[in-house]
Write a protein that binds this ligand. Structure first.
Ligand SMILES: Nc1ncnc2c1ncn2[C@@H]1O[C@H](COP(=O)(O)OP(=O)(O)OP(=O)(O)O)[C@@H](O)[C@H]1O
Ligand SMILES: [Mg+2]
Length: 287
């Protein structure tokens, strides 16, 4: 059997897809996975669905006030890794996560840590906008209410308004707050879901292909919003659009068959990838 050293090409660090599939995997991600000001720090994270390993020894930091994009072929583990960051995988039978994941230095898998408040601190926006079957107002007010974030209706009204403003939706909905959230357009629904996430004061926002159900105009609005949100939050976004990754993120992580192959400044990843697998993917040779 090949040793790790033999499997890694001497000059480029490249491993072939078959070597990766064969179980030899690159704990040595190309590029620096650490940052000076981490909001979240993941080290040696493995994820298993039953006997199938979906994430293999991934170490990766997410900085404060950055947008980190995660790219890679379908099935490489992007959603699985993202779900580790707020323990959404806890809800999947047979899913096991090992390694260390810290938020502001605190181990989020610590047995004493309640995942419910964690999921307010690390919020999630999904591929398909999923407003609750409630009014626009109630969609945003729900989280603050269950987490007891406001003391009275005046405070709650103010929080609903400021969250909708931050999500760039206030002007479009201020006169119809009592109408159903599901009656909005797709792009508006996704911004409503972002407002709902923001309303509980997260530190990190996870987004799993948030624009894949949106048209180009709604996508552009959400991308602009992501850039604005960076001033206050750390954002990790999974995307199949390399143009989107290039537009919205400062750093990019490339995954392949459960391995984190390469991470670096977005501009460097797209103009000067160091690993052959990254290069093959971004030049459209597979994926
Ligand atoms: N609930 C689950 N049970 C069992 N296996 C799963 C489950 N979810 C994902 N997997 C497997 O884990 C691997 C990674 O899947 P994941 O959904 O994380 O990939 P992805 O990169 O997000 O793909 P896509 O780009 O298609 O969304 C795949 O082999 C997938 O089949
Ligand atoms: Mg996915």
């Amino acid at each position: 059997m090949n040793t790790m050293a033999e499997a890694i090409d001497k000059t480029t660090g490249a491993m072939s897809a078959s070597e990766l599939a064969g179980g030899i995997h690159s704990r040595a991600t190309v590029g620096d996975f650490t940052v000076a000001d981490p909001r979240m720090s993941c080290r040696d994270v493995d994820v298993w669905y039953g006997s199938k390993q979906a994430i293999k020894g991934v170490s990766l930091d997410i900085a404060q006030n950055e947008v980190l994009s995660m790219i890679g072929p379908s099935g490489c583990g992007k959603s699985t890794f993202l779900r580790c960051l707020n323990r959404m995988n806890d809800t999947i039978d047979g899913c096991r996560v090992t390694g260390s994941i810290r938020l502001d230095g605190q181990d989020i898998y610590d047995r004493s840590l309640d995942p419910v408040p964690l999921r307010a601190r690390v919020g999630m926006v999904f591929q398909k906008p999923n407003p609750f079957p409630k009014s626009i107002y109630e969609n945003v007010a729900y989280g603050p209410r269950i987490h007891g974030l406001t003391n009275n209706r005046t405070e709650l009204d103010a929080l609903v308004e400021s969250s909708l403003r931050k999500a760039g939706l206030w002007e479009e909905v201020k006169d119809r707050l009592d109408q159903p959230g599901t009656g909005l357009s797709g792009g508006q629904q996704q911004r409503l879901c972002i407002a709902r996430t923001i309303a509980v004061s997260p530190e990190v926002i996870l987004m799993d292909e948030p624009c894949s159900a949106l048209d180009p105009i709604a996508t552009a609005i959400v991308e602009e919003l992501i850039d604005e949100l960076r001033a206050n939050y750390s954002i990790a976004i999974v995307t199949h659009s390399m143009q989107q990754a290039a537009r919205v993120s400062q750093r990019t992580a490339y995954f392949h068959l459960g391995d984190l192959i390469e991470v670096g400044e977005t501009n460097d990843i797209f103009t000067n990838p160091r690993h052959k697998l990254t290069e093959d993917y971004i030049t459209g040779r597979f994926g």
